[in-house]
Design a protein around this ligand. Structure first.
Ligand code: BES
Ligand code: ZN
Ligand code: ZN
Length: 491
């Protein structure tokens, strides 16, 4: 989708469509808030029937004037970034229902919000709502809602063009992230994702290194290899590097769980829990597209994205409960449950990242525990951190982007729950409770870096229904959160 600026005062054509955002307000104010080229709305309509409640819609196909889509944005004092994104998403859904492929969008003046911010949020809601994954539909009339090709924002806001360019880059990558997650595990397998990563090496400032099975064996990443044992496909370890900051500046490493299909292994997942497990690489996808976005935005930061990739399959060769494997850092790990595979591949990837890349800070992102979904529902991700400042930075980034995260504690007393009778630690806790915290505590055994945050996106990476600009299935959660955090990073 293309986002462009149109200065207000330009004439609109009769067959144009225009989304007009209106707050809950009196008729006189509505008159004032309309651009002159749209003043006919106020004259020709009985606006008593339109209240302006958030996401309230009215479709007005005039025969002799541009078609109008009125969209409410709620009470002036209650409008915020997220409500604007949602209102835009509601209007875009209507446009798609009506087969509109290009739309003009008015940018309302909201006293409590900066004009640039209003434009950003409306553009984000517009772009992110304009998504579908229908490449496997063969009948065009069964393809769901068609997509818009472009949107023109009627605004005199300063720097509108560069604001829209930024939104376009971030949102486009969020949609690409959704695509990679929604893609089948046949195609989005370890080598398929590594291939996508390799292509990012063409972006200025980005380099991509891919380690195959032989190199992973040579490096003795025993936990990634253990999870891969049952698979017909080789594991891959992808290291993306983006150097946008001055030389000598510190690196932030992003590590993402890349389980391309999680069958559970010998602890096989039952029906009802296995169907969507192709999305278990959402952490890897999010960190990859966050790095790509940072590079395309030319952010002055130094970043790594590390992706351990494999599926977790069931075969004669599979790893088994009761087995013991040695991690990259020498720790021995008892396998209590083959379905707790995410923490295994992350443990090796984090230890590798520390030893070989020596970053200043680490953020890992993973669809790690079903408990996270039980705790938070589909709208909030859980996190644990060893650094309050880092936690605050990420939480603020979450609030700004609408990708909310909520902190859980790393209680010291729970550390003994990962102890094993036969090895250094076990991949499932002795007690089954506090699942998300225990995932974090397991990983902490592999972290020496002072600043570390683990974000469990098992709750938010995939949605069971569409909500506003967040579609059903892969949401792309994490890309916008990480890009915002990296933008505000103080290195
Ligand atoms: N990939 C799953 C977690 C998951 C569950 C993600 C539901 C998204 C939705 C993970 O590998 C897993 O199976 N975790 C186990 C851990 C347990 C065995 C300690 C879980 O949550 O049950
Ligand atoms: Zn699992
Ligand atoms: Zn998993």
């Amino acid at each position: 989708m293309i986002l462009v600026v149109k200065k207000t005062g330009q004439t609109l054509k009769r067959d144009d469509a225009v989304i007009v955002f209106l707050a809950e307000q009196g008729r006189a104010e509505i008159k004032k808030s309309l651009p002159t080229e749209l003043s006919y709305i106020e004259k020709r309509l009985n606006l008593a029937f339109f209240k302006g409640k958030q996401s309230e819609l009215m479709f007005l196909p005039f025969a002799d004037q541009p078609t109008i889509i009125l969209c409410g944005i709620g009470k002036k004092g209650e409008i915020d970034a997220e409500s604007l994104r949602r209102s835009a998403a509601a209007a875009i859904a209507l446009c798609r229902d009506r087969f509109i492929d290009h739309v003009n969008i008015t940018v309302p003046v909201i006293p409590s919000l900066d004009g640039g911010r209003v434009l950003i949020c409306l553009a984000e809601g517009t772009y992110l709502a304009n998504y579908g994954f229908d490449k496997y539909k063969t009948k065009s009339n069964d393809n769901g809602k068609p997509l818009l090709r472009s949107a023109a924002f009627l605004t005199n806001v300063k720097n509108a063009a560069s604001i829209l360019k930024r939104v376009e880059i971030i949102s486009r990558n969020t949609l690409l992230c959704r695509d990679l997650i929604n893609e089948t595990s046949e195609k989005s397998d370890s080598r398929g994702i590594a291939r996508e990563a390799k292509a990012l090496g063409k972006i200025p400032g980005v380099t991509c290194t891919i380690y195959g099975k032989k190199e992973i064996e040579k490096m003795k990443m025993g936990l990634l290899l253990a999870v891969n044992k049952g698979s017909a496909r080789p594991p891959q370890l992808v290291v993306l590097k983006y150097q946008g900051g001055r030389p000598g500046k510190k690196f932030l490493a992003l590590v993402g769980k890349g389980i391309t299909f999680d069958s559970g292994g010998m602890n096989l997942k039952p029906s009802g829990h296995i169907e969507d497990m192709r999305t278990d690489m959402a952490g890897a996808a999010a960190v990859m597209y966050a790095l790509k976005t940072a590079a395309e935005l030319k952010l002055p930061r130094n970043l790594y994205a590390v992706l351990p990739l494999t599926d977790n399959m069931l075969s004669n060769e599979s790893y088994r409960p009761g087995d013991v494997f040695t991690a990259y850092n020498g720790t021995t790990v008892e396998i209590g449950n083959t379905d707790a595979e995410g923490r295994l591949i992350l443990a090796d990837a984090i230890a590798f990242t520390e030893k070989r890349l020596k970053p200043d800070s680490i953020i890992d992102m993973a669809t790690l525990t079903g408990a996270c979904l039980t705790t938070f529902g589909e709208l909030v991700a859980g996190y644990v951190t060893t650094d309050d400042g880092m936690g605050a930075l990420l939480e603020n980034a979450g609030a700004a982007t609408g990708e909310l995260i909520w902190r859980l504690p790393l209680f010291k007393d729970y550390e003994e729950n990962v102890k094993s009778d036969i090895a250094d630690i076990c991949n499932v806790p002795a007690e089954r409770n506090a699942g998300t915290i225990m995932g974090g505590i397991f990983l902490k055994n592999f972290v020496k870096t002072k600043r570390w945050t683990h974000i469990d996106i098992a709750s938010t990476a995939r949605a069971t229904k569409q909500r506003g600009y967040r579609p059903k299935n892969a949401t792309g959660f994490g890309v916008r959160l990480l890009v915002e955090a990296v933008t505000n990073w103080k290195d």
